[in-house]
Design a protein. Structure first.
Length: 209
């Protein structure tokens, strides 16, 4: 496996030999991809990495912390995930679809990210380790794109578009629950079918009495 620029967040501090970290992170990714978060266990990760389980716990305090760092190690954009600034709503949304398309070929796919996010809903320790890494950032990405569009006058600046951002995220999670893939084609469909019609529809005027 390749070794990208890492932005690890959860490792224990101290004078440890970090040369084993990539092997552990690779093993954690393999176990997560094959088994899902809930069925992944530290014994399996240790065996895959060729280290003792104690060596993992000296570096990460829990499975949740290790998995959070595994995601960041291979997908550092999960930490930044800045909204595109193409100068138009259509361009920004196209850029999001392009990002998702690129991620389809990554080791950490959008599907895998959302599946771990779903586990975090019922696992407080994992939710704490992720620290808003996925769900809140995904919502913030679309909220920022719509706020930029409103500032440019492309859509109404008098309406609260946060619900639209929630719908985009909810549709992705629902697709994962259904066992389907959240790929570029799906994201494009959600944008064209839900997002653009919602933001381009004039507000309904209340009738005069």
């Amino acid at each position: 496996m390749r070794e990208p620029e890492s932005k690890l967040r959860q490792r224990s501090v101290g004078r440890l030999d970090r040369s084993r970290d990539p092997a552990i992170l690779n093993a954690a990714l393999a176990a997560l991809t094959e088994n899902g978060y809930d069925a992944t266990n530290m014994d399996d990760i240790a065996a895959r990495a060729g280290v003792g389980k104690a060596a993992i716990y000296r570096r990460w305090s829990s499975k949740a912390a290790l998995i959070a760092d595994t995601l960041v190690y291979w997908r550092p954009d999960l930490v930044t995930n800045e909204a595109p600034g193409t100068g138009s709503l259509a361009g920004d949304l196209d850029a999001v679809v392009e990002r998702v398309g690129r991620n389809e070929n990554d080791l950490i796919t959008t599907d895998l990210v959302l599946r771990v996010a779903l586990e975090a809903v019922r696992d407080p320790e994992l939710a704490s380790a992720l620290d808003g890494l996925m769900l809140s950032r995904g919502k913030r990405l679309f909220s920022t794109i719509l706020a930029q569009a409103a500032a440019r006058g492309e859509i109404s600046a008098d309406r609260d578009w946060s619900l639209v951002a929630d719908v985009v995220l909810a549709m992705g999670l629902l697709e994962v629950v259904r066992g389907q893939s959240v790929d570029a084609k799906f994201v494009r469909h959600v944008i064209d079918t839900l997002v653009l019609p919602a933001v381009q529809t004039p507000p309904i005027e209340a009738p005069d009495h």
